[in-house]
Design a protein around this ligand. Structure first.
Ligand code: SAH
Length: 361
């Protein structure tokens, strides 16, 4: 191997930092998660007990069943098209989509009309998805550009937008600076560089005070804009679910998770999941400007309870033994309670399907 080929992600990043003296947080995150050879999502299945974190569909089938029921209801209200794109962005192990197509069978014609399309960059996770969806015809895409252009779309994105890169700005000495990562003697640390523009422009935030942090994500906005362009042209709607806030504000939410615990984002690079909270308000502003409808924005717990997850839990419990009953009860609590995922996670319904009355909001 040539000496100029980096042996791992850290040496690759140190070299990139050496080029300009720093790397921005969004570029750092894009490489740490998505580097084609060493990136976190490229090299592993990060989910579940043996992985680094757990997500709602991995906690219980009830989550996917509620999402499936929501999508099937919208499909029916759209006039039950005989063929449509059932799209998931960042499907992880494929568990959510498997639960959606299974639960969707309760709505006559829904699963049969669904053409399953998955947007996934990780080869390791594509393999898991293939296994989870055995028996279904599935198409994979690296991004939205290769999706068929002639069918309406119903989509879901659970913990997808939080994995897309974001920038941080910090208000220091009465001026905005961009937070960046520098290297000293091979050790990474945070620093900041002055910016000329006002990153908070148009956000209607209170005047910042010293030390306030603002997070912006062009990558998330660009992804949503591309998705909305498809929905506008082809018709359709869907759900974005993520941890985040319903109002824009200041705050540092840069988070690294490894082995089910928080870690330092500058350690274990490529071996920890990096995210930040999704600013749903910013995404909703963009969608509304685009002419899309926001069907609702709410907390995950409220959304799932309105869709009847409590009844579903009771129904499953009837056929369960004591140990299973306890598992169902715990899962219900984790998904809906405000001490768990119920409040932190938010749900936004968005789309171009008109004259529909979406459930759950
Ligand atoms: N939705 C799943 C997994 C969430 S983890 C669940 O709820 O369990 C994030 C998912 O997004 C993973 O499948 C990851 O590989 C995928 N992903 C991350 N960045 C991506 C990108 N830029 N393009 C496509 N998929 C991406």
């Amino acid at each position: 191997m040539s000496a100029s080929v980096p042996a791992d992600l850290s040496s690759f990043l140190l070299r990139r930092i050496a080029e300009r003296g720093f790397i921005t947080i969004d570029d750092f995150m894009a490489e740490a998660l998505g580097h084609p050879e060493f990136g976190y999502y490229v090299t592993r299945d990060p989910l579940g007990a043996g992985g680094d974190f757990t997500t709602a569909p991995e906690i219980s089938q009830m989550f996917g069943e509620m999402i499936g029921a929501w999508l099937a209801d919208i499909w029916a209200q759209m006039g039950a098209p005989s063929s449509f794109i059932l799209l998931e962005l960042g499907p992880g192990r494929g568990t959510l989509m498997a639960d959606i197509v299974r639960a969707g069978k309760a709505a006559q014609g829904f699963t049969g009309a669904a053409r399953v399309h998955l947007i996934e960059t990780s080869p390791a996770l594509r393999e898991k998805q293939r296994e989870a969806l055995e028996g279904y015809e599935v198409r994979w895409h690296d991004d939205l550009s290769s999706l068929p252009a002639d069918l309406p779309i119903l989509f879901v994105a659970n913990e997808f937008f939080d994995a897309l890169p974001f920038k941080q700005y910090v208000f220091e000495g009465a001026a905005w600076h961009e937070r960046v990562i520098i290297a000293q003697d091979g050790e990474l640390s945070f620093s900041s560089i002055p910016v000329r523009h006002d990153p908070a422009q148009g956000m209607r935030l209170p005047q910042p005070t010293e030390g306030k942090v603002l997070e912006l994500s062009k990558a998330r906005e660009a992804y949503l804009a591309a998705l909305l362009a498809r929905l506008k042209a082809q018709g359709g709607a869907g759900l974005m679910i993520d941890y985040g806030h319903l109002k824009s504000g200041y705050g540092d939410t840069f988070q690294a998770v490894r082995d089910h615990a928080f870690s330092n984002p500058l350690e274990y690079i490529g071996e920890s999941d990096l995210t930040s909270h999704v600013d749903f308000a910013a995404l909703a502003r963009l969608a509304e400007k685009d002419g899309a409808q926001i069907y609702g924005m709410t907390r995950q717990g409220d959304f799932l309870l309105k869709l009847g997850i409590g009844l579903r839990a009771a129904q499953l419990s009837q056929k369960a033994d004591t140990a299973q009953k306890e598992i169902i009860e715990k899962a219900l609590h984790r998904l809906t309670h405000s001490d768990e995922m119920g409040s932190l996670f938010k749900v936004m319904g968005v789309g171009y399907a008109k004259h529909i009355n979406p459930a759950g909001f």
